[in-house]
Design a protein around this ligand. Structure first.
Ligand SMILES: Nc1ncnc2c1ncn2[C@@H]1O[C@H](COP(=O)(O)OP(=O)(O)O)[C@@H](O)[C@H]1O
Ligand SMILES: [Mg+2]
Length: 357
């Protein structure tokens, strides 16, 4: 390994806000040091915060981990240099959503574990709310598997970034009447993001708070699956009003739902739980639309909701078209198929619960 090789690896890191130029070309690599197993890279940023700073650091680290031999110790440092006009210092910890936006309700869509259809529910719910006439945004904060770009066929689009009154702001992607933002827009296709702990948290915070959402009735946050530190810090830092918990009906899911509920009811967090969505509540084959097969058990979600004293917002069947539409980037909630009605009903019920509070 030598310095030039490292620079080649860093060329894989494109700056989404600067016409897809890479960070080497943009002169953002201040220095590279290789000594034995240790690689130290220093990135240079301007005095006014680059809205994509956390993404770039994370992506640079990911590019090095991908390319360097196993066992390489990688360190990323940053320096600040900017001889231009002095800017008001912007710290990620000082960010507040209200500065640039007016959002009435911020709601986290959470699940104890992955694969229960959290993103499917979040994306279809966002579209259903928009179809009901609400102004809606969705932030896909799933660092482990962002799925909004594929589910909305906006893959490969790069959000614009702009500067306004000395502040850097990222613009969401608009499609299907919803404003979308995803951590996936900042990763190159097929490249997993390797962000953990505080870095992931800061990147997520920026991706939600530093976005020009404008005026919204609902901002949904597709949370990473699980209930670990990232989640608690994310819920603590984002002014979320409450949560919707997505589960499947199996009894084994009960423990996950309990963790999800505890996370929001935790005395430090103390957010509302608007309700539970039972996804894959039954299977209905296309050719037998009136048949219901309770392959994961019947009404498991309803029983869980009752035991935690939270409302059921809806039951969504397991049907092939929901998966197909999701994979094709045209969520079922856009259609006039009967399956889309389940999401429209879900949206109505959520609005009812939110308005009650
Ligand atoms: N109700 C449903 N009917 C059919 N397929 C579904 C349903 N809900 C989710 N899926 C499919 O299951 C897979 C996982 O769903 P996803 O929303 O990505 O889960 P999560 O975000 O919880 O990991 C996807 O392929 C999705 O299309
Ligand atoms: Mg998901």
């Amino acid at each position: 390994m030598n310095e030039n090789q490292i620079l080649t690896y860093l060329r894989e890191v494109l700056h989404p806000g600067k016409g897809e130029k890479d960070i080497v070309e943009l002169g953002m690599v201040d220095s590279v040091k290789v000594s034995g197993n240790n690689v130290t890279v220093t990135l240079v940023f301007g005095k006014h915060r680059d809205p994509l700073q956390e993404y770039l650091i994370g992506s640079a680290k990911a590019a090095l981990i991908r390319n360097c031999p196993e066992g390489t110790e990688i360190e990323l440092k940053t320096v600040v240099r900017d001889e231009e006009k002095p800017q008001k210092k912007q710290n990620v910890n000082d960010l507040t959503l209200e500065e640039v936006n007016s959002v009435r309700h911020i709601i986290g869509i959470a699940s104890g574990k992955g694969g229960v259809g959290k993103s499917t529910v979040a994306v279809n719910l966002a579209i259903a709310l928009a179809r009901l006439g609400f102004r809606v945004g969705l932030a896909d904060a799933d660092v482990y598997g962002p799925s909004v770009p594929i589910m909305t066929s906006t893959e490969g689009q790069i959000p614009d970034a702009m500067e306004e009154n000395g502040k850097e702001i990222i613009l969401p992607i608009e499609k299907y009447g919803v404003k979308w933002m995803s951590i996936g827009y900042f990763a190159q296709p097929g490249q997993a993001l390797i962000w953990r702990g505080p870095m992931a948290c800061n990147a997520l915070k920026q991706m939600i708070l530093q976005v020009r959402w404008g005026a919204l009735d609902y901002l949904l946050i597709d949370m990473p699956p699980g209930t670990g530190d990232i989640h608690i810090s994310l819920v603590g830092d984002i002014p979320m009003e409450g949560a919707v918990i997505v589960t499947t009906p199996q009894p084994v899911a009960l423990a996950d739902v309990e963790k999800g509920v505890d996370m929001f009811r935790n005395e430090k967090i103390n957010r509302k739980i608007f309700g539970l969505v039972e996804n894959m509540a039954w299977f209905t084959p296309e050719e037998l639309p009136d048949n219901r097969y309770y392959i994961f058990g019947k009404d498991g979600g309803l029983k869980m909701a009752a035991s935690f004293g939270i409302p059921v917002l809806g039951q969504i069947p397991l049907v092939q078209s929901i998966r197909e539409c999701g994979d094709a980037g045209e969520p079922v909630a856009l259609s006039s198929r009967p399956d889309s009605l389940a999401f429209i009903d879900l949206a109505r019920k959520l609005v009812e619960e939110v308005e009650k509070n």
